[in-house]
Write a protein that binds this ligand. Structure first.
Ligand code: FES
Length: 111
């Protein structure tokens, strides 16, 4: 595996369509399993810096922050509704274990 990936969890710990959150090296990461694909983005909403993205409602790859409704595309972290975007992390699955790339997160300038 490439350098920079950190183990997050067993794939069996993830449930289809339900977010999960993890803390790794000061990164608070929200993970979503959708149709067999895993997406990892920042768990922290840039609106009021509240770490609840993993608990947001998910529909068509768009997660809605449960606090005030800002929305993000979990494939890219880009904002769909609201004034911000969130970091997107590269993921890798090996031996039924999920890894996420911490060092070179995309959208590094964003939350
Ligand atoms: S904290 Fe997420 S929309 Fe306000």
């Amino acid at each position: 595996m490439e350098q920079g990936f950190t183990k997050l969890c067993a794939m069996s710990a993830l449930k289809e369509g339900v977010g999960a959150s993890f803390e790794v090296d000061l990164h608070n990461i929200a993970v979503f399993l959708v149709e067999g694909m895993v997406y990892a983005v920042s768990n922290v909403c840039p609106h009021q810096h509240i770490p609840l993205i993993s608990e947001g409602n998910l529909e068509n790859h768009v997660v809605t922050c449960p606090m005030h409704g800002w929305q993000y595309d979990i494939k890219t972290g880009k904002g769909v509704h609201g004034a911000g975007s969130i970091k997107s992390y590269e993921t890798c699955i090996e031996d039924a274990t999920l890894y996420v790339k911490i060092e070179e997160a995309q959208n590094q300038d964003l939350w």
